[in-house]
Design a protein around this ligand. Structure first.
Ligand code: TRP
Length: 482
């Protein structure tokens, strides 16, 4: 293999890094996924578990992942290999990076399909299709879109091409600027919607639904979903934050950055939830209606409010942009791996990978129509299976191993060179990474498996064997370039 390249692309500043990381974190996970899984899992207790996961597992893993990237100075596969070598651990740690680049490609394959729905809604909104729309008309509209594979495929293609185009240009060109304009605008529109939500008469009910915890409804499966979502929404466990961290200069504060990312991400998800459930309850809609929730509710709000055409169009444009700034961060780890380790230039790599990911996405397109009743993992459609495998298995496992590496394998002075925390905070963090985060992930993981079926059992079992294998390899010396 040729000469290896390290990450050199430094961000223009620490602020730009934070913006790009927030741009990655804030996406469909906040606006589309959080509300619908909260609806499906009964509200309050689920939200509380999710918040606890963000605080106790998410933020510590986020800090670790950025730190591993900055210390390893390369794409996730190479960064882990570099760090393993420096710390006398096995080169098999590179598999952790591999798990990430694979998960990134899998997530992106359905992410572009869902982002495509938002592009379609943006176009519909411009044409005035949502003016005075009723809740049942909005539902019918969404069902119509789901029923037409060619339409879905078209929008999936549009988003895939946009993602490929941006990434082929490099992260710095254009993206930095787009995000710094877009995020404030998104927040502003959400606040306008929040204002509207208070006029629906169901705001209090929505608030209660999100924050009044009734633990009797909680199953291990929903705890797993809450935990998986904490990983998904913060963009951790995969290598996105590792690559972004590898472009961060030594001077930037990882602690400050992580706290900002987690705060912005959580605030946006909660506001989106408050808005959406106000509309749900005011119109007698079903909170647990699934992936269509965002698309069946918001047109109703825009159809009724003053200036709704304008705000609606802008909102869907912003959803698309939020999705794009996340989409590029899903493909960046694998693209930089191809570029740095395989000598395949960014421009070429992104087209090859984009093509593969687009093809996988066809499975998600069909999951909503022709393959609606075709099951893959357990009772899940193709889309459901890819989502389950990545969000609820690969990301938590990736995050777990990152925590383990950071706390058990990295030398303490190396950790301290990255994490700008003073005692006692640094000790609390290490304690959390050593015990709390890994044990919590394993407990949730195994308990939810007891509740589900055998295929998933088998996947989990093989993944656990793989985890133990990596863990064992830890003790062995060695590690060269891979
Ligand atoms: N966090 C993004 C969202 O909420 C999705 C995302 C981008 C992601 N990069 C990631 C999820 C890396 C997991 C890992 O929409």
């Amino acid at each position: 293999m040729g000469q290896l390249k390290l990450s050199t692309d430094a961000w223009s500043s620490q602020t730009v890094f934070i913006l790009a990381a927030v741009g990655s974190a804030v996406g469909l996970g906040n606006l589309w996924k959080f509300p619908y899984i909260t609806g499906e899992n009964g509200g309050g207790a689920f939200v509380l578990v999710y918040l606890a996961c963000v605080l106790l597992i998410g933020i510590p893993v986020l800090m670790s992942e950025i730190a591993l990237g900055r210390a390893g100075k390369a794409n996730p596969v190479q960064a882990m290999s570099n760090l393993a070598r420096e710390n006398g651990a096995s080169r098999l740690w590179a598999l952790l990076g591999l798990n990430g680049v694979l998960a990134g490609a899998l997530i992106l394959s359905f992410y572009t399909v869902i982002a495509g729905w938002a592009v379609s809604y943006f176009v519909q909104s411009i044409s005035g299709a949502f003016v005075d729309i009723t809740a049942s008309e909005a539902g019918t509209h969404f069902e119509g879109l789901m029923a037409s594979p060619y339409e879905l495929l078209f929008w999936h293609t549009v988003v895939s091409l946009a993602t490929i185009y941006i990434v082929s240009k490099g992260v710095k060109q254009g993206l930095e600027k787009a995000i710094s304009l877009m995020l404030p605008a998104l927040l502003l529109i959400l606040l306008v919607l929040l204002g509207y939500a208070t006029t629906t008469g169901a705001f209090g009910q929505s608030f209660n639904f999100l924050f009044a915890a009734d633990f009797s409804k909680l199953t291990w499966e929903s705890v797993l979903i809450a935990m998986g979502h904490a990983f998904f929404t913060l963009s951790i466990g995969l290598g996105t934050m590792m690559v972004y961290g590898s472009y961060l200069s030594k001077k930037g504060s990882i602690v400050k950055a992580s706290l900002w990312i987690a705060f912005a991400d959580t605030a946006i998800a909660l506001i989106a939830g408050l808005v959406i459930f106000s509309i749900v309850f005011a119109n007698g809609l079903e909170a647990g209606s699934g992936p269509g929730l965002l698309f069946e509710t918001l047109p109703v709000a825009f159809g009724q409010m003053a200036g709704g055409w304008f705000f609606g169009t802008l909102f869907f444009a912003l959803v698309v942009m939020a999705a794009l700034s996340s989409a590029i961060s899903l493909i960046e780890p694998v693209v930089s791996w191809f570029d740095q380790n395989w000598g395949i230039k960014r421009e070429k790599a992104v087209w090859i990978l984009g093509g593969i990911i687009w093809t996988l996405g066809v499975g998600t397109v069909l999951s909503f129509n022709a393959w609606q009743d075709v099951h893959f993992l357990g009772e899940r459609t193709f889309f459901g299976s890819v989502d389950y495998l990545t969000s609820y298995i690969m990301l938590p496992l990736g995050g777990l191993l990152m925590a383990v590496f950071m706390a058990w394998v990295m030398k303490k002075d190396q950790v301290q060179a990255q994490i700008d925390l003073k005692a006692p905070w640094i000790n609390w963090l290490l304690l959390d990474l050593k015990w709390l985060a890994p044990v919590a992930v394993l407990v949730v993981f195994s308990s939810s498996l007891v509740e589900s079926d055998s295929v998933i059992w088998m996947i989990a079992l093989s993944l656990s064997v793989y985890a133990i294998y990596v863990w064992n390899a830890l003790k062995k010396e060695g590690g060269e370039k891979i």
